[in-house]
Design a protein around this ligand. Sequence first.
Ligand code: CA
Length: 347
Amino acid sequence: MNPVTLLVAVLSLVAGSVEARRRPQTVDVSRFPNTENPFSRTESLAHSMEKPYLDKNFQSRYYDYGGSTFIRGDKYIRLTPDLPDQRGWLMSKIPSMPDNFQIEVEFGIDGQGTSIYGDGMAIWLLNERVTQEGPVFGLRDNFKGTAIFLDTYKNNGPGKVFPYAMIMHGDGQTSYDQAHDGLANEIAGCSVRGLHNGREGNRIRITYVQGKFLSLETDYRGKHKWEKCFETNQVTINKPAFLGFSAQTGELSEYHDIYSIKVYSLDNPPASYAEVDYYLNGNKNAPIHESYSSHSSSSSSSSSSSSSGWGSFFLKTFLFILVVAGGYVGFTLYRAKQRRERDAFYL
Ligand SMILES: [Ca+2]
């Protein structure tokens, strides 16, 4: 192709992409018109636990608990006290997790130890019901299902700041990588520094939408602001799924308390974490993604994200033209050289 023709073709392609970029790529603000309850969240009472946790016969209809766990109806579900070598668990009796869900857990992890403490807490979505104590945050190893670990003690996690949250999928045979804080099977994770503190109001939220994503958010130290720890599309929650919680201490200790568990089904689920951040957290600078409908967005977020988008777009276009121009000069020089050589040959 003639280099000039090539350049013209490239410029028209660039012009075409300008038109494409004008279409909204922000979270579509018209996708969930019900702003009060955008994803049609419905609480699943069969999974929720709130004070006083137990009925008048001191039973829970939907959960079993064991090991070091004890429940004070006016205060907490204490998975472990701040004592060494404790293992405790709480496990749902019913495997019917909704297809798309949010789990919100309010909890507290603290104790006498101010700089070293351990070992941490786990949230389980298990394909088989496990009520057996063991070395993986209080529950037995070789689990089948998905686990999120809030690891407060660094065994050997180079480069990581602890406490550290991570997600792992267990196939029933793979062991938790105890020596390296789960590194061998970590799908996603983040540092949750500051999570070890005694205040009520520490929360985590897990959002799962089948075939789309799973995200973990935290809100601690009384900030009342959800922050993303991670999102991943590498996790599938298989069924049956028993929701469980467990914790353990070793030589070092801390208490692990749960104040409340709330599980919601998302009947009109978000398609991405960006939609959670936009609709539930009110983060109008949520990461942008392709719009789902032809409605155009006129919110301030679209103008702010598109203006930053324009900056990078012009930079990219400039670099692209530079490369094409460079190629053209190179090609011209090459042709001139060839011509000189040919002329030299014929002389
Ligand atoms: Ca650890």
